[in-house]
Design a protein around this ligand. Structure first.
Ligand code: ADP
Ligand code: 5GP
Length: 207
């Protein structure tokens, strides 16, 4: 899937955060966006899943029906899309362009199919995988989060096993971070992004 519109708008390199559901991507991402609110912008994906308590339409996701999502895909509005745990998810071109137009580092939170698909575009992001310390810890975190039905939880755990193997494939990720202690993982994430963060700060100071 080649796409030049996103590249044409490119400023700083985007960042892809991937890894199993429950590994801590949103938690780390929210910390990053809080500390560097004028550096990072979140690519708001579309999904057909229902919002969780506390989630907001347009901030966490654009919540849509399958029909609306499929129409958008057919119209070429998406950079990538995937089916995960019984629902559709996708990154629209507009989601990335909105962030890049503000000269912010665009962060995409996407699954491994998304990573594979983005690699066929010319978006050229930094790829970071967030992994849990073990399957047992992952299951506990997902259960404690209390957002999934048992059926959905099992689907996510199955997908997690595949994802953990995928993260070991050489050359796929620029950094693989094990989120055991949150502060340690956050430190590693910042370290992996330091060069881009400094670049954006420099651009902002000189403009
Ligand atoms: P993801 O976005 O990858 O699905 P979340 O950020 O929602 O994962 O994290 C899953 C759950 O684990 C949340 O309830 C979160 O508060 C918790 N969590 C995240 N990181 C840690 C950590 N390092 N230690 C303990 N709990 C964590
Ligand atoms: P959740 O339902 O927990 O918010 O997300 C489930 C999975 O979908 C996570 O692995 C998340 O990274 C992934 N995801 C969220 N948005 C997108 C997207 O736009 N594209 C793809 N491919 N995956 C996404």
């Amino acid at each position: 899937m080649r796409d030049s519109t996103t590249k044409a708008m490119a400023g700083p390199r985007p960042v892809v955060l991937s890894g199993p559901s429950g590994a801590g991507k949103s938690t780390l991402l929210k910390k990053l966006m809080k500390e560097y609110d004028s550096v990072f912008g979140f690519s708001v994906s579309h999904t057909t899943r229902n919002p969780r308590p506390g989630e907001e339409n347009g901030r966490d996701y654009h919540y849509v029906t399958r029909e609306v999502m499929q129409r958008g895909i057919d119209n070429g509005e998406f950079i990538e899309n995937a089916e995960f745990s019984g629902n559709m998810y996708g990154t629209s071109k507009a989601a990335v362009q909105d962030v890049q137009a503000r000269n912010l580092i665009c962060i995409l939170d996407i699954d491994m199919q998304g990573v594979r698909n983005i690699k066929t575009t010319d978006l050229n992001p930094i790829y970071i995988s967030i992994q849990p310390p073990s399957m047992a810890v992952l299951e506990k975190r997902l259960r404690d989060r209390k957002t999934e039905s048992e059926e959905n939880l099992q689907k996510r755990l199955k997908a997690a096993e595949v994802d953990m193997e995928f993260s070991k494939e050489p050359g796929v990720f620029d950094a693989v971070i094990v989120n055991d202690n949150l502060e340690d993982a956050y430190g590693q994430l910042k370290h992996a992004l330091l060069e881009e963060i400094n670049l954006v700060k420099k651009i902002k100071v000189s403009s």
